[in-house]
Every structure is written in C-alpha cells, then in structure tokens.
Design a protein around this ligand. Structure first.
Ligand code: XIL
Length: 326
C-alpha cells in the first residue's frame, strides 16, 4: 500500500497488469487493530477504493492467523474472551466490505504438522484459546458477515514434492474433509506457492513440484472446492549471482509450476506476492547468501517485464490446450 501511494510507476503497472489484487499487510490484524479499542481501516479502504476504481477483483487476507497479531491481543486474549474477540473482528472486517470481495482468506496457515498434534493443527493463539473449532467459528462468522465472498483456507508448503509437503497435504485434506462433512462454509483452498527455483534449471525444477500437488488439487476439487494460487513468487537463493541465468531459472520455475497447476480446472485464480522485485518481501527474511537482491517476481525493480512474465503469459495462453488431470 505504501508503494501504491508513493510510486506512480508502480501504481501504473498494477493498473495495467492486474485484474485481482490482495494487500500484503493492510488487512491483517496488525494493521487493522492498532489498539484494543477501534479499528484503523485507512489502508484497507484505500486498497478497496483503488481496486474498485480500476474494476479489479479483491482478495481479503486474512482474518485469523498465528502471526501479525497485535501485542495487546497476545497480552489480553484469554479462554474467556477469545471467541468474542475473533467473532467481533470478523463481523466488523468482513462486514465492512461485504459484497465487494472476490474472496477472503478466513484462516491462514492453520496446519503445522511439526507441532505434534494428531490432526496436524498448529498450536496457534486461536487454537489454544478458542479450541480447534476456531476454524469452524471463523468460517461461519465470515459467511454471515459476507455471504458473497468465496471463503478460503490458505496455507504454504503444501506444494513441495517432499515428505514434509506430503504430510501437510494429508493433514490439510483431512481438515477440509471434516469441514465439508460438518457443513462448514468453505469454498476454496489457497495454495500460497512461495516456491524455489532449482539450481539445475528446467530438469531439476520439474522434480520439485508435481504429482503430490496435483493429487491434492484433484482431492480439493472432488470436495467441490476451488483452488487459488494466492502468493506465488520464486526465490532464487539456490542460484549463482549471474542475473540472466537467475532470471531464466526463475522463469522456468514459473512456467513449470503454472503449466502443472493450470492443468486442473479447479484452479481459478493466480496471484503473485508482489509485482516487482523492488518491493518483494523476500530477502527481508533469509535472503541470498551473497547478499544480492532476489529477483522472484514478474517485473524487475524498474518495472520492466522479465522472462518470468512471458513464461506466465504463455502458461495462461496454453491453458486451453492442456487436458485436465483426473
Ligand atoms: C508477509 C508480508 O509480505 C511481509 O511484508 C510481512 O513482513 C510478513 O508477512 N504468507 C502469508 C503472508 O500468508 O501474509 C506473508 O506476508 C507471506 C507468507
């Protein structure tokens, strides 16, 4: 939101390229709830106004998460008041934009198999204080507050063709099956898709994401739910410094990944997490070992389309010719 206000080149690029937008932070608890009393909707309202002025769809992100919870919440939430805090938040936030959102990430990243529970649920603030039915409570409250938004369960790490990835997929599909069986109003699954470019180029990339992810997407489809790629970017940490080589490997990863997932008709939207390399969130956390800026997005720091942009465009163009799996 800061870049959208301060950088005219960036704002023009978003206007030109995007048909659906999501705020990186402006709709999280930390932004909306600076104190225990009242809400601050300045940035969230600005995003909605920008999107509507440009006829873009809007994703809301997110209503319940283990991160970005304000200090006052962590300090004052108890088993006695947590339900009420969560319900009031969802009623107020989803209610404010009712009828105007494409979808809401109602619950974000609720699975963390490493926490050791049999159901794979993450030992988050909401789980500890509300109990495991916080997920159900959040979705039901969101449906009442905004009956039109597609209510989404969003998570990371369910992409990878690894043991950890498979465990996470299993826990996620079990949770979704329980939700559907109990008529919890869930409409979609967000596959965040913070993926990595492999150092060996196309061939190595092809083994990182594949059959496990496609089985998961098919299982989600069979539950009657849609799938959104919600936060795609391709980190280039495994690659040497040379920029053309990095850009080619990142583009190959976009192409391979998108051609793969777009092969299933349940996948209805693709969003990246950021537009240009200038404002990527990557590198703020564990970046490249050589300290160089990462190049994970479709446009470079000047807003120029990179190979990744053309790879995505071709994957979209090709979709009609790919046969659905399963
Ligand atoms: C990230 C933002 O991009 C950063 O600006 C912030 O410091 C931390 O959160 N998964 C999510 C997003 O669901 O909310 C995260 O966004 C990235 C990972």
């Amino acid at each position: 939101m800061n870049a959208l206000g301060a950088d005219a080149t960036y704002a023009a690029l978003v206007r030109e390229q995007a048909r659906i937008v999501v705020a990186e932070n402006a709709m999280k608890w930390g932004a909306l709830r600076p104190s225990a009393v009242g809400f601050n909707f300045d940035q969230a309202d600005a995003l909605v106004a920008f999107a509507e002025a440009n006829r873009m769809k809007i994703r809301g992100h997110n209503l319940a998460w283990h991160q970005n919870n304000p200090k006052w919440l962590e300090a004052t939430a108890t088993k006695e008041n947590a339900r009420e805090l969560l319900v009031t938040h969802i009623e107020t936030v989803a209610g404010r934009y009712a009828g105007r959102m494409h979808s809401w990430d109602v619950v974000n990243e609720a699975i963390h198999v490493e926490d050791g529970r049999a159901d794979g649920l993450r030992n988050s603030l909401w789980l500890r204080l509300v109990g495991e039915d916080y997920i159900e409570l959040a979705f039901k409250t969101a449906r009442e507050a905004d009956p039109q938004a597609l209510l989404t369960y969003n998570d990371y790490g369910i992409e990878a063709e690894t043991r950890e990835g498979e465990q996470k997929r299993e826990a996620a599909i079990e949770m979704l099956r329980r939700m559907v069986a109990r008529r919890v109003p869930v409409d979609a699954v967000g596959v965040q898709s913070h993926i990595a470019a492999a150092s060996g180029g196309n061939k190595a990339a092809a083994s990182q994401y594949g059959a496990g992810l496609m089985r998961f997407i098919a299982a989600v489809r069979e539950l009657g739910l849609q799938v959104f790629v919600t936060e795609m970017d391709v980190n280039d940490r495994a690659l040497a410094a040379d920029e053309p080589v990095r850009d080619a490997a990142v583009a190959a990863a976009y192409r391979q990944y998108l051609e793969l997932v777009l092969g299933d008709p349940a996948v209805k939207a693709v969003l990246t997490w950021g537009i240009t390399d200038r404002y990527t969130w990557l590198g703020h956390e564990a970046g490249r070992a050589d300290g160089k800026a990462e190049r994970p997005l479709l446009f470079d720091a000047e807003g120029k389309a990179k190979a990744a942009f053309f790879a995505m465009r071709e994957a979209f163009d090709q979709r009609g010719t790919i046969r659905p799996t399963g």
